[in-house]
Write a protein that binds this ligand. Structure first.
Ligand code: MN
Length: 247
């Protein structure tokens, strides 16, 4: 099995190193990741300058672009044939609910999916890598378990891993995305030239976090596995908006 590994934290991040190391035990792994932290890059492509792919001493490839650039360049430019699977992560922090819209980790996986390759995004919900080794074991186990079933149809999975020791994991659960409250307001400051500057505030707290959601599974120390799609159509608005147009 050939696996393309990417992330949004950068090719030097502990999360991608731990993930690639586990996957190398049973797959042919190629790492193509951003040269710097591109968290929250979402699905952006770089169209105003060329991209370079360089190789680090450990064999990882790094690109002066976004997570989406990395997967796009790898699949359409580096490989003779598409990989069997794209795996993204392990992100340093959760990607649940609305996070998935902003996440570069999810975007890297999404790019694989859009190019016809099954893809899985992994995120460790607590920043700081405290339980990274346990999370990487779980991620590899999931990849191994799903590998035999992939390939018929492209699919996109968003996996969040609880930040607990291996013995504390309470199983795995298929979930839907919850919702967050609106993000915290920007934080205002002043730069050395006296100009007002703004830091984007923290993500909002969970608002819709009941049973069945990713937030709920993680609160129970369960691995959350959410199948995603990229059709943003609001089906419930089609008829009302059509009625307005016809009025
Ligand atoms: Mn990140």
């Amino acid at each position: 099995m050939r696996i393309l590994v990417s992330n949004d934290d950068g090719y030097f991040a502990p999360g991608i190193e731990a993930l690639a190391r586990r996957l190398q035990a049973f797959a042919q792994v190629t790492v193509v990741a951003p040269e710097r932290d591109r968290s929250a890059a979402s699905n952006s492509l770089t169209l105003d300058r060329p991209l370079t792919v360089r190789r680090a001493a450990n064999g990882f490839h790094y690109v002066n672009g976004t997570p989406t650039d990395c997967v796009h360049v790898a699949i359409t430019g580096l490989f003779d044939q598409p990989p069997d699977l794209v795996v993204s992560g392990i992100n340093d922090g959760a990607n649940m609910g609305d996070d998935t819209l902003y996440s570069g980790t999810v975007a890297a996986a999404t790019e694989g999916y859009l190019l016809g390759v099954p893809a899985i995004a992994f995120s460790l919900v607590e920043r700081g890598h405290r339980h990274l080794e346990a999370a990487a074991d779980l991620a590899a186990e999931l990849v191994r378990r799903f590998a035999g079933r992939l390939g018929q149809r492209p699919m996109l999975l968003n996996v969040n891993l609880p930040s607990v020791a291996a013995g504390e994991i309470q199983g795995m659960e298929v979930t839907r995305l919850g919702r967050r409250h609106a993000a915290d307001p920007v934080i205002r400051g002043t730069n050395p030239r006296g100009e007002t500057v703004y830091w984007i505030g923290a993500a909002g707290r969970a608002r819709e976090a009941g049973p069945g959601t990713d937030f709920h599974a993680i609160a129970q120390n369960r691995v959350s596995v959410t199948p995603l799609d990229v059709d943003l159509t609001a089906g419930h608005w089609i008829d009302p908006v059509r009625a307005w147009l016809d009025a």
